[in-house]
Design a protein around this ligand. Structure first.
Ligand SMILES: [Zn+2]
Length: 72
């Protein structure tokens, strides 16, 4: 249990997910998702949404938000 940040460097985008979210699955990503050697990665787990937000802010990305599916 915890919160994860999906980090997508090519689009300077990051999203916070609940670990239980089907899009996150505790950092494993969606089932059958391509897990190739790309730069996209999961950071976590964070104990609280606030900690995840602090990490996300440190990225200085222009597009940061929470997942609209799990809405942590
Ligand atoms: Zn989610």
């Amino acid at each position: 249990m915890g919160y994860w940040v999906k980090v997508i460097p090519p689009s300077s985008r990051a999203r916070i997910h609940d670990g239980e979210c089907v899009h996150c699955r505790n950092g494993q990503g969606q089932e059958n998702q391509d897990k190739g050697g790309g730069p996209t990665r999961w950071e976590g787990p964070f104990a609280t949404v606030a900690q995840a937000r602090t990490f996300m802010a440190s990225l200085h990305y222009r597009d940061t938000d929470v997942c609209r599916h799990c809405n942590p």
